[in-house]
Design a protein around this ligand. Structure first.
Ligand SMILES: NC(=O)c1ccc[n+]([C@@H]2O[C@H](COP(=O)([O-])OP(=O)(O)OC[C@H]3O[C@@H](n4cnc5c(N)ncnc54)[C@H](O)[C@@H]3O)[C@@H](O)[C@H]2O)c1
Length: 303
């Protein structure tokens, strides 16, 4: 959907930012990407090098555009335990810079929050009213960033949408030591190595394919529920054990997962209640099995 807007995507060299940048550009919008290349996804992108912690730069850029998709973040939970200071400065301080500029220039903002703000589900699925009990420094930083978004929406009428996405996966997601579980499992299994599961593998996640995540961003852009976080996921969860076995099956290999120590404070259950998103028109279309097949096809071509 072409919007005829000038758009800034922060974190455009990252996994989701790259896909969003391309989708918006292909629609014919005028898109500027910004990234400091701290942890890019590796695909080539015509993107400005700059840092969201640089308030002067952010003010200047936002003065020149209509809409900001703010995705730049230290996005890794494990790294946030090692570098909490950096995580807070980028995720909270950077978001505050973006909000201040949006307030000053009266610009529209879509903020990428995360299901990590909830902590382990206390109910079968997690609605937006579920208590927020973030476990990791990353999760706390996203909660704090959300709080500032909500304050700017209510006090200063900044038009900020907040998306609480559950686990997103797809092509270009990193599979290195800080990589997400699906790319890491796919890489290991493709090499004939057993997937390594932390803990006993009963922890569950709600995995959403990148195309559905992009649909979520389109819905957020159209919505006027400013300052009100909205969940985006599939509404279904799968255990890490089942995920590992499904990927093994898709490769048609004879492997058994191996188990290593639990991660400190790991979130044990995440499944989105997406009733609110559905009311806004969100309709996740890609099943886990289809999404994994697409991802594996892409991975095999890249390898
Ligand atoms: N991947 C998921 O499952 C998921 C789920 C929910 C929310 N999110 C959020 O969506 C956003 C994008 O996630 P992703 O998976 O693409 O992460 P990513 O790490 O691949 O992308 C983040 C990008 O931000 C850049 N960046 C980091 N610090 C920066 C700074 N100071 N200034 C400018 N750029 C900086 C990195 O270099 C990277 O390219 C993040 O805010 C993340 O927290 C992701």
């Amino acid at each position: 959907m072409k919007t005829n807007k000038n758009i800034l995507v922060t974190g455009a060299a990252g996994f989701i930012g790259y896909h969003l940048f391309n989708r918006l550009s292909q629609q014919g919008d005028n898109v500027i990407g910004l990234d400091n290349f701290d942890y890019p996804c590796g695909a080539e992108i015509d993107c400005m090098r700059g840092d969201v912690r640089d308030a002067t730069l952010i003010d200047k850029l936002i003065g020149e555009i209509d809409v900001v998709y703010h995705l730049a973040a230290q996005s890794d939970v494990n790294r946030s335990y090692i570098e909490p200071d950096l995580t807070f400065k980028v995720n909270v301080g950077g978001t505050e810079n973006v909000l201040k500029a949006c307030k000053k220039h009266k610009k529209r903002l879509i903020f990428a929050s995360s299901c990590e703000v909830y902590g382990t589900a206390q109910t079968k699925s997690i609605s937006e009213e579920h208590p927020l009990k973030p476990h990791s420094p990353y999760a706390v930083s996203k909660k704090q960033a959300e709080e500032i978004c909500i304050e700017y929406a209510t006090k200063y009428k900044v038009r900020v949408s907040i998306s609480r996405s559950f686990n997103i996966y797809g092509p270009l997601q990193r599979n290195d030591s800080y990589g997400a579980v699906i790319p890491v499992f796919v890489k290991r299994i493709s090499e004939g190595e057993p997937p390594e599961i932390s803990g006993n593998g009963t922890q569950t996640r709600d995995f959403m394919y990148i195309n559905d995540a992009l649909q979520a961003y389109e819905i957020m852009f159209k919505s006027d529920l400013y300052g009100k976080p909205i969940n985006f996921g599939t509404g279904k969860d799968v255990s890490i054990n089942s995920l590992a076995n499904l990927i093994i099956k898709l490769f048609d290999f004879d492997l058994r997962p191996v188990y290593e120590g639990s991660r400190p404070n790991e979130v044990m259950k995440l499944r989105a209640d997406i009733s609110k998103a559905r009311k806004l028109g969100f309709n996740p279309k890609i099943s886990l099995e289809d999404g994994l097949r697409s991802y594996i096809d892409w991975f095999k071509k890249e390898d």
